[in-house]
Design a protein around this ligand. Structure first.
Ligand SMILES: *Cc1c(COP(=O)(O)O)cnc(C)c1O
Length: 403
């Protein structure tokens, strides 16, 4: 096995984090809603022009808050893709709701908006679109359906910070939008997230849910002279230390965004001839969608080919990975959810998708190396005439398919 040459992800970090974290400590308020938490929230609110933005302990918790704010309860149904992270479903299932999975679109891997309406029942309460890889779902159509059936729209925008749909920021289009600042995302606070609120009327309610069901936030603003238990809530406030770590990156957000887009575009450009030759498929970004270079994925011919390619890249010191195993095929997915309609693309497309190394700081020559190895792989497996010599056929094949 060769040494690791290209990591899949290196967690986001800006050196100013040390200075800000020290400052947070010296301010003697590293609990929730301190100096840096407020800075991060204000930044998100102005970026997205939302009515409100609250930093949370994770995107999972932001989704849980959205479920509580939407009044989701036992027996309710929430429509979502099966090709997503567990949290999209967990947040609602925890409230006793059923996850109703609908097939994805082959091009964007996002919820197929044309299949939503058929999955609606009298128990449907919300639609939870997931903007995969920071590429927007068809939000106009989704919001129109939601309006017609009086459903909430809860955007899982975990991967979609700084992305837009026809100029509108993702996360700020539906009733609620949830970001993640996990270390696998474009901006990190280790573990963390945020909820964006579209309606001013939700702000106080959200603050109460996030502060153990109390109106302590109002108390700290001096709006009331004592705080009390108002309703059921939890503790979804991160420490200001984590916010200080995040703030160092948000200050430089535009530059990080540009560098990621640059890496993404380079991958795309260099891999285009492989797509033209029919070997792989590249990501599709529909018109009107601006992504954030969160992820670069390609699609191999099928599961077997993907497995071989992943193994080949690993041999070359390149860490590429596959992604979600569809939720409806999991143990909990079968218990708490159901697939509505036909699974035309969810299983098939997810089984051939693989993600290439992508992080801020990835070098151009690393991208060129990854691409050249992918090309090398296809030269060997798909075009036997290009094989250099007989002995290496054997070597490559035993490397790829042996064991
Ligand atoms: C990362 C991610 C989450 C979970 O984020 P956490 O902050 O780790 O809770 C949820 N949904 C999607 C689509 C994600 O990519």
């Amino acid at each position: 096995m060769e040494e690791q040459k290209v990591h899949f992800n290196i967690p986001p970090f800006h050196p100013k984090a040390f200075q800000y974290m020290e400052d947070a400590v010296l301010r003697q308020k590293i609990c929730g809603d301190g100096h840096y938490t407020k800075k991060c929230a204000a930044w998100m609110k102005s970026q997205t022009k939302s009515a409100g933005a609250l930093l949370t302990t994770s995107c999972t918790h932001a989704l849980e808050m959205a479920a509580l704010l939407s009044g989701i309860g036992p027996g309710d149904e929430v429509i979502m893709p099966s090709y997503t992270f567990v949290s999209t479903a967990d947040a609602f299932v925890l409230r006793g709701a059923t996850a109703v999975f609908v097939d994805i679109r082959k091009d964007t891997m996002n919820l197929d908006e044309t299949l939503i309406e058929d999955a609606i029942t009298p128990r449907t309460k919300a639609i939870a679109p997931v903007h995969y890889a920071g590429v927007a779902c068809e939000m106009d159509k989704i919001c129109r359906i939601a309006e017609r059936y009086q459903l909430k729209v809860i955007e899982d925008a975990a991967q979609a910070i700084l992305c837009t749909y026809h100029g509108r920021p993702l996360g700020a289009i539906g009733d609620y939008g949830c970001y993640s600042f996990h270390e696998t995302k474009n901006f990190s606070m280790g573990e963390g997230g945020a909820i964006l609120l579209k309606h001013p009327g939700d702000i106080l309610h959200a603050e109460i849910i996030r502060e153990k069901g109390t109106n302590r936030s109002q108390f700290f603003r001096g709006e009331i002279d004592k705080y009390s238990w108002k309703e059921a809530g939890s503790s979804y406030l991160p420490s200001d230390l984590n916010a200080a770590y995040l703030w160092a990156q948000l200050e430089e957000a535009e530059a990080v965004h540009r560098r990621r887009i640059h890496s993404w575009n380079l991958y795309y450009e260099l891999l285009q001839d492989l797509e033209e030759a029919g070997h792989i498929e590249l990501p599709v970004v529909p018109e009107g969608c601006e992504h954030n270079g969160h992820m670069f994925y390609i699609k191999a011919g099928d599961l077997e080919e993907r497995t071989a390619l992943l193994r080949y890249l690993k041999e070359k010191g390149i860490s590429a990975v596959f992604h979600y195993v569809p939720l409806h095929s999991s143990e909990a997915g079968q218990k708490y959810g159901r697939f509505h309609g036909q699974d035309r693309y969810t299983t098939r497309e997810s089984s051939r998708l693989l993600r290439l190394p992508m992080y801020d700081g990835l070098k151009e020559e690393q991208i060129r190396y990854v691409v050249s190895e992918i090309k090398q792989f296809y030269r060997y497996t798909r075009e036997p005439n290009n094989l250099p010599t007989a002995p290496s056929i054997f070597k490559i094949n035993s490397k790829l398919f042996g064991k």
